[in-house]
Design a protein around this ligand. Structure first.
Ligand code: ADP
Ligand code: MG
Length: 463
């Protein structure tokens, strides 16, 4: 070939690009080489004009050999290559230009994050950080199978256990796995309580200006491909909620959509109050989660330690696992208490120290006997504020934080529905409580500065 066989420089350049394209990854080709054009072309030299400085630098630094050789191939002889940039483009930085590339990657992640939010899922609960043992392997096996083939294997799935043994974790893990691996599927996670509250809202606003109607409510759930409902016991006894749930269940079930239910009791214990519903619950597969034994508790704490990169000796882990045998939530709470205690006092973490940190908690462990009133009192004592101020409407910082801490601890320590907590705290809406709980949770997760306060308040509670 020779330069003369091309009618225009542009055509010549197109031929060069055609060959280069075969040599480079599509991404690099698109972002670099395709953003060039030919300036001057003579029998001796060629000027390549780049869209901007970033392209020019990349070409010169990384691909100059490829460009020169390809030009030689096409032209039939070696030309002197000069690389320049279009006028007015000099200031653009690599970030400006890489922007679109990165944002494409980012949007992939954003997509999952958005889906997660929409589905009401937390990234914290995955199969990856769920420890499997004798007490939960059936529930785990069913959960992973369902996440693999939603609606095809077991339907409905009913998982039950006492509080704090991993139901929510498993349910959320199913949802997280599905939104990541099956982007087309619509996943809805909700709790019995939230489902009921949402229905009430729909009924109320439907009567008013028609913002969110019961039809929209129905529609939302009817469109789910995977319906995950946690702590279903909260719908029982609420007549209209129960009716509506029956409706949602049947619609989804008939359409072959996956339904996964968790509860604190087995289906047969629903039969007195809601026979129809109980028989639906029993119609698929049922699995329970038992109390973890000491080996399992040890395994869970070790995995938590490794995940957090905490420095906690095995004997200390063994000690906590031995002492706290109620449930995993409390096990994790005790672990956090020990780690925080050691850090706060700048002491080496030994079994002795762990015993001291846990002292009170171990003695009167039955956290479930603690009621929300005691929690409120402890919070008020710790922050030196008055009970009626916490229940009141004032929103200054000195009150808002203790108020949210109270919400958080009530949710964490007791089984009270958010609505009850809201009523107790001066007639606040359940969404306010949810917001407060989230606020403290993220505070703990992000800054860690809240943790010490929480530990201190707990110490007062469990005294
Ligand atoms: P439930 O919904 O049954 O009350 P959760 O799912 O909220 O219990 O579990 C309580 C805590 O224990 C959560 O922080 C959860 O991540 C943790 N947990 C429960 N089971 C396991 C497990 N098998 N492996 C790791 N962490 C677990
Ligand atoms: Mg739960």
């Amino acid at each position: 070939m020779s330069i003369k066989s091309f009618e225009t420089p542009k055509e010549f350049w197109r031929a060069v690009l055609g060959q280069i394209e075969l040599e480079l990854s599509p991404m690099i080709y698109k972002s670099l080489v395709s953003r060039t054009r030919v300036g001057k072309l003579t029998e001796k030299d060629i000027e390549i004009v780049c869209e901007d400085d970033f392209v020019r630098k990349s070409l010169e630094k990384r691909h100059s050999k490829l460009v020169e050789n390809t030009i030689k191939n096409v032209a039939g002889k070696r030309l002197t290559v000069k690389i320049s940039i279009s006028k007015g483009e000099v200031e653009k930085t690599a970030e400006d230009l890489m922007g679109p590339l990165f944002s494409r990657q980012r949007s992939q992640e954003t997509l999952v994050t958005e889906k997660r939010q929409k589905s009401n899922l937390s990234f914290k609960f995955t199969f990856g950080n769920f420890v499997i043992g004798k007490n939960n392997n059936l529930a785990y096996a069913i959960a992973t199978a369902v996440a693999e083939k939603p609606g095809e294997l077991y339907n409905p799935v009913f998982i039950y256990s006492k509080v704090g043994l991993g139901k929510t974790h498993l349910l959320q893990a199913i949802g997280n796995r599905i939104i990541e691996t099956k982007p087309g599927m619509r996943v809805i996670y909700t709790t019995g309580e939230a489902y009921g509250n949402e229905l009430i809202e729909a009924i109320q606003s439907g009567k008013g200006k028609g913002h969110y109607t019961t039809n929209q409510f129905r529609d939302k759930f009817r469109k789910a491909d995977v319906f995950l409902i946690d702590d279903v016991q909260f719908i029982i006894g609420r007549q209209s909620t129960q009716e509506e749930f029956f409706h949602t269940f049947n619609t989804l079930y008939m359409a072959g959509k996956q339904i996964v239910i968790t509860s604190d009791r087995p289906p047969k214990e629903f039969s007195d109050i809601a026979d129809r519903i109980s028989s639906r619950f029993s119609s698929g597969i049922i699995a329970d989660i038992q109390m973890p034994d000491v080996e399992m508790r040890t395994a869970i704490l070790r995995s938590k330690r490794d995940e957090n990169k905490d420095f906690v000796p095995n004997e200390v882990i063994g000690f906590i696992a031995e002492k706290v045998d109620s449930n995993i939530r409390e096990l994790e709470g005790a672990y956090l208490q020990v780690v925080t205690y050691a850090k706060a006092n700048g002491l080496e973490l030994t079994v002795d120290l762990a015993a001291r940190a846990l002292g009170q908690v171990i003695k009167d462990k039955p956290a479930k006997n603690i009621n929300i009133n005691e929690i409120l009192k402890a919070v008020c004592t710790y922050y030196s504020v008055k009970i009626q101020d916490i229940k009141g409407k004032r929103r200054n910082r000195e009150l808002v934080i203790p108020r949210q801490v109270a919400m958080y601890l009530m949710k964490e320590i007791t089984d009270m529905p958010l609505m009850t907590i809201g009523d107790f705290l001066g007639g606040r809406d359940h969404t306010t409580i949810m917001y407060g709980v989230d606020k403290i949770q993220s505070e703990i997760a992000e800054t860690g500065k809240m943790t010490q306060d929480i530990v201190n308040v707990k110490q007062i509670i469990f005294q």
